[in-house]
Structure formats: structure tokens, C-alpha cells
Design a protein around this ligand. Structure first.
Ligand SMILES: [Zn+2]
Length: 107
């Protein structure tokens, strides 16, 4: 079984790298803005995709960091809401979860 904390730290590094790339795109560091109208429309669409990915990655990163904090506090295996232990099989599939299956279902 892989160490959950190591797995989360790897995941966190991946997400941070991805966010950095997305932010570079948002700041147009990867190229000048295209003047051509049609290409600009494509670029705007890409921006929406990038914004969506950025929001998604940021939410995931927050979740990963919360799970890591809880592991450091010695409560990483307990549900954040009801305090019951989280099924280890669930933690293996979703290492960043902080809720047991029952509480996650009732969200
Ligand atoms: Zn619970």
C-alpha cells in the first residue's frame, strides 16, 4: 500500500505545476494576443477552458492541502464531519477525501 501522505504530496506538486502553467496562459506569457478576429474567438474559447481548469485545479489543491493538514494533525483517517473512521479502501481510491462515504453522500 502506498503511503497516503506521499501520494498527496505528489498530487499537490502536480496541481501546483499545473496551476502555474494555467496562470502563465492567463497572463499571456505563452504568446502575444492574436489580432485576427476569428482566431481571437478561438482564443476566448480557450480562455474559458483554461479558467474552468484553473478553478477545478484550485479546488482540488485546497482539498489536498486540507487532507494533508488533517494527516499532520493525526486525524487524517477520520471523517471531518462525523468523526468516524473513513474506510481505508475509500482513502486508497480518493486519497484527498476528508469525509466518510456516508457524509460524502449527504453533501
Ligand atoms: Zn462521516
Amino acid at each position: 500500500m502506498t503511503d497516503r501522505k506521499t501520494e498527496l504530496q505528489t498530487l499537490r506538486a502536480d496541481l501546483q505545476a499545473r496551476l502555474k502553467r494555467l496562470h502563465a496562459h492567463q497572463r499571456r506569457e505563452d504568446g502575444a494576443i492574436n489580432r485576427d478576429f476569428e482566431e481571437q474567438a478561438v482564443e476566448t474559447q480557450n480562455d474559458e477552458v483554461v479558467d474552468g481548469l484553473e478553478a477545478e485545479s484550485r479546488a482540488e489543491l485546497i482539498q489536498v492541502e486540507r487532507a494533508l493538514e488533517r494527516i499532520d494533525a493525526g486525524e487524517g483517517d477520520d471523517c471531518e464531519r462525523c468523526g468516524q473512521p473513513i474506510d481505508p479502501r475509500r482513502l486508497q481510491i480518493l486519497p484527498y477525501t476528508t469525509l466518510c462515504v456516508k457524509c460524502a453522500d449527504s453533501v
